[in-house]
Design a protein. Structure first.
Lengths: 993, 392
């Protein structure tokens, strides 16, 4: 976090100053190299690549003269980051072929000159040390070159540079050391101003121009770099793939193969051979074989070769999946295979992959974490010394307040910041903090690991891109996924999926509890009537991919209103695939039309060509590939352009590109004979894919996993819900899942020192809360406890526990307050247990051994905590009251409230309801006004409520998780489902008396 | 002879002073806070404001949201100092020894004055009446055999009133009092006990008193005796006049709260000047400094620094405090106040040097002469008459 100005701003300013070339020299990296090439070329500049190499007190500037120099720079930078003992002088000496080297290091320069004077310069930068550098140049006979170590475009940006440094170093502006910042003069000076600093050394300026001309600028990253499977040639790899595909096909489809299957395999293999993708498939196959439960995500599920290899598990023939979405002869960019593994097995898979392919060939893709507006706001506020609670409070208001939600983060300016400060009634220094946050947003914060991207190259990864070492010890390249792909490196995504772990754990629990063994590979829950019924009712909390309120509501609307005569024609799996694709940010306008048509309402097609594409989805564009197909069929787009349109829709800042595509689409559609009004309607549907959307193979692949989790929920609810909670990270909080478990008729047992394990455990009609629920309990301590219990049997008393699991009073205190000893405490109250714990902790170990571990003085037995105190302790221990619903603790609690389970009886009426906030989704109306869909629950059930813009404006400031409300509004019905349209909100206070 | 200690207090002293001048402020929520400061906090609140949920330390914005009819008063330190002097003038004739605790609150040791003024409770009533007559202020007093009980007693009152806890009745009087009151009556150590007492479900001082000392010792260790005594209403600490206090304290309220080192160090220097002036006036030296920093989120950190040799000069103390401050202030959270405590001891006789002074000593001597000159000026014209640039 040193450079201030964006690549665009730097290139624009350089061009405006009349520059022909511009060199990007990130500190110790090539973090923005690929993007820079694009931006500089767009500005008509020759892009030069290089890096500022620093280590300890040494510094050198390296510029790439030849492609070999680029590889050497990558190796040098990798060594700088990855090697423990990095010697800058020696390393530069080793890798300087093809590089131009500038430095003012008096010790290093003579050594490098001795090695070779070619391409070696003394760097002269205006400032206090320039004279010393000039003396060094003359004394050592090394030519000078002028630079200004530019960190920002204009001199005014120095304050922003200091702010970024303070954020980076976690300090305040007043404590920032001058050594940690650049000089205030390190801005992009125009040539004439630079020249004024070098009247006595014109050669320095001339040399800089000479260097620029000598540097390589004809960059070409278009060649795709595939991994190589073992030492196979292309032909051998293809034969291997063909054979494995045939074997897999025989297993999947039986022999002889159906003709459609054989034809599809042949078609795919021909393209794979033509594109030389066989190695790639074999490598992915190799990795996938390391885990018994995986799930292919994205377009790869459209490939029958992947299905036969076991990379994916959805039959592309049966589900009519469009292979060209994954791979087609015209596609220029490499294909993308993304595989989900159980989240807790992924690290093992990565370790295996690195062991197999070696760190020389493989590295993880990076995430270049940038400061989003909210993160920037928090970081700037910390530099300004604002207290954490106040930051959270103001950030929360910024996140929820209608005034800020209406603003486009990327387009905010100082005036908006002032307005925002005024609307939110923020006092100094908050408006100043917001202004500063706007200026630092989008700056690179740090490099992190991409959630699963892996690059494997056939030779040496360090010649393509610099490699660093992550905190986990994995090699990671300096580019994020977009630059990686643009540089031609083929990425394999190995992603963590919690639901696969949920299924694994639930299946294991079923076997342990009942002896029933479920064979994951042969298990097909799709025909199961009970599972299909569950999905129809939308009771799918905990089920993978279909548990969000929006999906559950859509499922209910679809199936509750389905005419009986249509039911046999509507396959639950097929419609689940559609529903999960329709739940996306911009599709709302078309969802109702889809429901209407799915339930048999007649509609008129816009064009016969669209019927062929959208027949199965009732004429509604549902899947990503529909964009490609419609663009080709209606807009006369070539395949490549149609794919580009599909990709552009998911990007930010797409307006400029979209305008061109829109013009192209309208022209093509008019040529097709369509009227402008119709084209506009079709284009609006294309626009409903803005933000994120899904392809059919992806949704079909995920729907299979959804079915498996739904099957477990129906048949083994306790095992399933325990696994959902234990694997964490679901859509809802632990509290919400436990409430749902209670509604499912399951009993929740509090944690118990003799009954609990670390995770939650389910069996029969009971869920036993695990030690993981106790927030302040350390896992290592819990494991020690469990080992002792497994070795020596259950704990007989608290005294027995203290003797067998000694030490760590804070951990034992956490167990006591969570009620873990209640079952073995006998007559001892929780305060009495704590008394004994503290007394033992104060007693020297020597005395304990004399008296056999017991307290020396007989301890009193204070009275038990009040019920209110115990409930407070439950909230402190678990984050929520475990023994009763928090709404039972809220006041006022009027008696005339309508219960959630009775809502359907009050359609059209104004009612009052109690609601505990579960989750919400804020959306914008077509007029750009924010509104909120909130899921609440009371003690009888979960229900949905809508805050239209007016209500949201009034009550947004009251809404927060883990709060209880009294809601007044009208119960409305839509497609057979009921919702509360909120008109008035009152906050309820928890009372522990 | 039983001691007779009175804790006399005028609640919300600054507000009481303002109400004396402006009767319209009576019976309505009033608070003291710096005006025109964006991040000011309430410094003092009236009883009516407290009933509305306001408390000292609460941001003014939040207070204004909670209580629409809140009337804010600007702090008036010179007025408070003058009123405190006036209060002490009224009290002084009644008590041979008195110890000001904070503006508007004073301990009086009336032991042995029965013949002059009657029983301590009677004297307390007379003091209250006198203060009301001469100062126009309504006070209240707790009377007991020690400071702790008299101070707890005064927390239960509304002015004008007197609570007299007779000797032998201390334990019974304290029995229903919540243990958290210990922290309210400035027993700083009590802060450490409270979480433990809460864990053990010992909610009142009576609950604590019921536990035998050895059992308390098993949990509280060496602190058990102190706790045991408090619970039984025993507090032998004497009422000491200001000049005989073992410590000197100075506090700087930072408004608005601040994170900038230079500004905070300026305020710290101001505190050192204040303490050194007190030390010189009372002919004492400081042997140890304790610096406490209170951040805006009410977290407090403190650290001690020995002063060797003990000193009463800014030039000796500040160089010790500056690095201490930088070590202590590591959280990136603004500070609301800085507090400095000096452990005092009498000024030792000074040994004059036989030899010529070195250049360092000459500089030090100049600094000391300057400090004495500033003391004289401030003594004559008030503390704000002259200030060093760094403290502004």
């Amino acid at each position: 976090m040193r450079g201030v100005s964006s690549l665009e701003a730097l290139c624009e300013a350089a061009k405006a100053q009349g520059a022909e070339s511009l060199a990007l020299t990130d500190s110790n990296g090539l973090y923005g190299a690929v993007r820079f090439l694009e931006v500089a070329r767009r500005q008509g500049l020759r892009p030069l690549l290089g890096a500022e190499l620093t280590h300890d007190d040494r510094r050198a500037l390296l510029l790439v003269k030849t492609p070999e120099g680029y590889a050497n720079l990558c190796r040098l930078l990798s060594e700088r980051h990855a090697e423990g003992h990095f010697d800058l002088i020696a390393a530069v000496g080793r890798y300087r072929r093809g590089l131009i080297l500038l430095s003012d290091d008096a010790e290093a320069l003579p050594l490098w000159k001795k090695q070779s004077p070619a391409g070696l310069y003394v760097e002269l930068t205006p400032g206090a040390l320039m004279h010393d550098a000039l003396v060094l140049s003359r004394k050592a006979g090394i030519p000078p070159a002028a630079t200004n170590r530019v960190h920002f475009v204009s001199a005014q940006d120095f304050s922003l540079h200091r702010l970024l440094r303070a954020i980076d170093l976690n300090t305040t502006l007043s404590r920032l050391d001058s050594q940690d910042c650049c000089a205030s003069t390190h801005w992009l000076m125009p040539p004439e101003r630079m020249a004024r600093h070098f009247p006595h050394v014109p050669a320095a300026l001339a040399n800089t121009e000479r260097i620029a001309r000598a540097c390589h600028s004809d960059w070409n990253f278009t060649a795709t770099v595939f991994p190589q499977f073992e030492d196979r040639s292309d032909a051998q790899a293809f034969e291997d793939l063909k054979r494995k595909t045939a074997d897999g096909a025989a297993q999947r489809y039986g022999q002889p193969l159906p003709e459609a299957v054989a034809r599809r395999i042949e078609h795919e293999l021909a393209i794979i051979k033509d594109k030389r993708f066989a190695h790639y498939f074999l490598v992915v196959d190799d990795i996938v074989r390391q885990a018994p439960r995986t799930c292919g995500r994205g377009s790869v599920a459209a490939s029958i070769v992947s299905y036969c290899l076991g990379i994916t598990h959805v039959d592309p023939i049966r589900h009519n999946l469009f292979f060209e979405r994954f791979l087609n002869p015209g596609r220029k960019d490499p294909p993308d295979i993304d595989i989900d593994f159980p989240w807790d097995e992924r690290d093992r898979i990565l370790d295996w992959t690195f062991a197999r392919y070696g760190a020389r060939n493989a590295a993880m893709v990076a995430n270049q974490n940038r400061l989003g507006l909210r993160a920037a706001f928090r970081e700037v506020a910390k530099v300004y010394g604002m207290p954490p609670a106040e930051i959270a409070q103001v950030a929360g208001r910024l996140a929820r307040d209608p005034a800020s939600l209406c603003l486009d983060e990327q387009e905010l300016d100082d005036d908006d910041a002032a307005k925002l400060g005024h609307v939110l009634r923020l006092r100094a220094p908050w408006p100043e903090i917001i202004r500063a946050a706007l200026r630092v947003q989008d700056h690179l914060r740090n490099l992190a690991l991409h959630c699963g991207g892996l690059v494997i190259v056939p030779d040496e990864i360090r010649r393509y891109v610099p490699v660093e070492v992550s905190a986990k010890g994995l090699p990671v390249i300096q580019w994020e996924k977009d630059q990686t792909e643009e540089a031609g490196l083929v990425k394999i995504d190995l992603l963590g999926n919690r639901s696969l772990s949920v299924i694994r754990d639930a299946v294991a629990a079923v076997e342990a509890n009942t002896g029933r063994r479920i064979d994951y590979a042969a298990w097909d829950p799709i025909p199961d009537p009970a599972t299909r019924e569950l999905i129809r009712t939308g009771d799918t909390m905990g089920c993978f991919y279909i548990e969000s309120p929006a999906t559950r509501l859509l499922l209910r609307k679809l199936w509750l209103g389905m005419p009986a005569d249509l039911l046999p024609q509507r396959d639950v799996f097929d419609y689940l695939v559609m529903v999960s694709s329709l739940v996306r940010p911009a599709s709302n306008a078309f969802v109702h039309e889809f429901l209407r048509r799915a339930q048999g309402a007649p509609y008129r097609s816009w064009h016969p060509d669209m019927d062929a594409i959208l027949g199965e989805t009732h004429g509604i564009m549902t899947y990503q590939e529909d964009v490609t197909k419609v663009a080709m069929a209606i807009g006369h787009f070539p395949l490549d352009d149609a794919e580009q349109l599909r990709k552009v829709l998911s990007k930010k800042h797409k307006q400029r590109l979209l305008r061109d595509f829109q013009r192209q689409f309208f022209e093509g559609a008019r040529a097709h004979g369509l009227a402008d009004a119709t084209i506009e309607q079709i284009w609006a549907m294309v626009m409903s894919f803005a933000g994120y959307s899904f392809c059919k193979p992806h949704s079909a692949s995920y729907a299979q996993v959804s079915f498996k989790s739904a099957w477990l929920r129906v048949h083994y609810p306790a095992e399933f819900m325990a696994a959902v909670i234990s694997n964490e990270g679901g859509f809802y909080s632990t509290f919400a899942y436990l409430s749902e478990a209670r509604r499912m008729g399951l009993a929740i047992r509090p944690p118990d020192v003799n009954a609990s394990g670390w995770p939650y455990r389910g069996g029969g009609r009971t869920i036993q809360v695990g030690f993981m629920a106790v927030k302040t309990l350390d896992r290592a301590f819990a494991m020690r406890l469990l080992e002792e219990r497994a070795a020596q049997g259950p704990f007989r008393s608290f005294h027995d526990f203290l003797a067998r699991v000694p030490g760590e009073p804070a951990q034992v205190r956490a167990l006591i307050r969570a009620g873990c000893f209640d079952a073995i405490a006998g007559e001892l109250t929780r305060p009495a247990l704590l008394w004994r714990l503290y007394a033992q902790a104060k007693t020297p170990a020597r005395q304990l051994s004399v008296v056999g571990g017991g307290p020396l003085v007989a301890a009193p037995i204070p009275t038990e905590y009040s019920i209110g105190r115990r409930l407070q302790q439950e909230i402190e221990s678990f984050g929520f009251p475990l023994s009763r619903h928090p709404l039972e603790l809220c006041s006022p609690s009027p008696a005339h409230c309508v219960a959630a389970r009775d809502m359907a009886q009050h359609v059209g009426r104004r009612v009052t309801m109690l609601g505990w906030f579960i989750t919400d989704k804020i959306v914008q109306t077509k007029h750009g006004e924010p509104m909120d869909f909130v899921s609440f629950e009371d003690t009888t059930g979960l229900y949905e409520a809508t805050f239209f813009p007016q209500a949201y404006r009034r009550f947004a400031y009251l809404l927060a998780e883990n709060r209880g409300y009294l809601l007044r509004g009208v119960v409305e019905e839509d497609f057979g489902t009921v919702m509360l349209r909120v008109e008035h909100v009152e906050l309820l206070e928890m009372s522990f008396k | 002879m039983d001691r007779q200690i009175v804790c006399f207090q005028i609640p919300a002293f600054q507000i009481a002073l303002a109400r004396r001048q402006e009767p319209s402020l009576r019976e309505r929520p009033v608070a003291v806070a710096s005006p025109r400061l964006d991040r000011a906090c309430l410094q003092e609140v009236s009883r009516e404001a407290r009933q509305e949920g306001l408390a000292p330390g609460m941001p003014v914005d939040e207070a204004a949201r909670l209580c629409r009819s809140l009337r804010l008063l600007a702090p008036d330190q010179p007025g408070v100092r003058a009123a405190q002097r006036g209060l002490l003038e009224v009290i002084a004739p009644f008590a041979p020894v008195w110890e000001p605790l904070r503006p508007g609150q004073v301990f009086l040791d009336l032991t042995g004055t029965t013949r002059l003024f009657g029983q301590a409770a009677e004297a307390a009533w007379r003091i209250e009446a006198e203060v009301a007559r001469r100062q126009g202020l309504a006070g209240m007093a707790g009377v007991a055999s020690n400071k702790l009980v008299s101070q707890v007693a005064v927390t239960l009152l509304e002015p004008p009133d007197v609570e007299d806890v007779r000797p032998g009745g201390e334990e019974a009087f304290l029995s229903p009092v919540p243990v958290s009151t210990l922290a309210e009556v400035s027993r700083a150590e009590a802060q450490h006990f409270l979480p433990l007492l809460e864990d053990l479900n010992l909610a009142t001082l009576g609950d604590v008193a019921a536990v035998p000392l050895p059992q308390l010792e098993a949990v509280f260790g060496s602190a058990a005796m102190r706790l045991h005594r408090w619970a039984h209403g025993i507090d032998p600490s004497p009422v000491l006049p200001l000049r005989r206090q073992p410590h000197l304290d100075a506090t700087a309220r930072v408004e608005p709260d601040e994170v900038d080192d230079q500004r905070l160090l300026g305020r710290l220097y101001g505190l050192v000047e204040e303490l050194c002036r007190e030390l010189r006036q009372s002919r004492r030296v400081c042997g140890r400094l304790t610096l406490s920093l209170l951040s805006s989120d009410q977290q407090e950190v403190a650290r001690q620094q020995p002063v060797s040799p003990p000193s009463q000069w800014e030039g000796d103390l500040y160089p010790l405090l500056q690095p201490l401050f930088l070590r202590l202030f590591t959280r990136r959270v603004r500070l609301r106040s800085l507090r400095l405590r000096a452990d005092c001891r009498p000024l030792p006789d000074e040994q004059l040097t036989l030899f010529a002074q070195g250049p360092g000593e000459a500089t030090r001597e100049r600094g000391r002469r300057l400090a004495l000159a500033l003391d004289r000026l401030r003594g004559k014209f008030g503390p704000a008459v002259v200030r060093l640039g760094r403290t502004i």
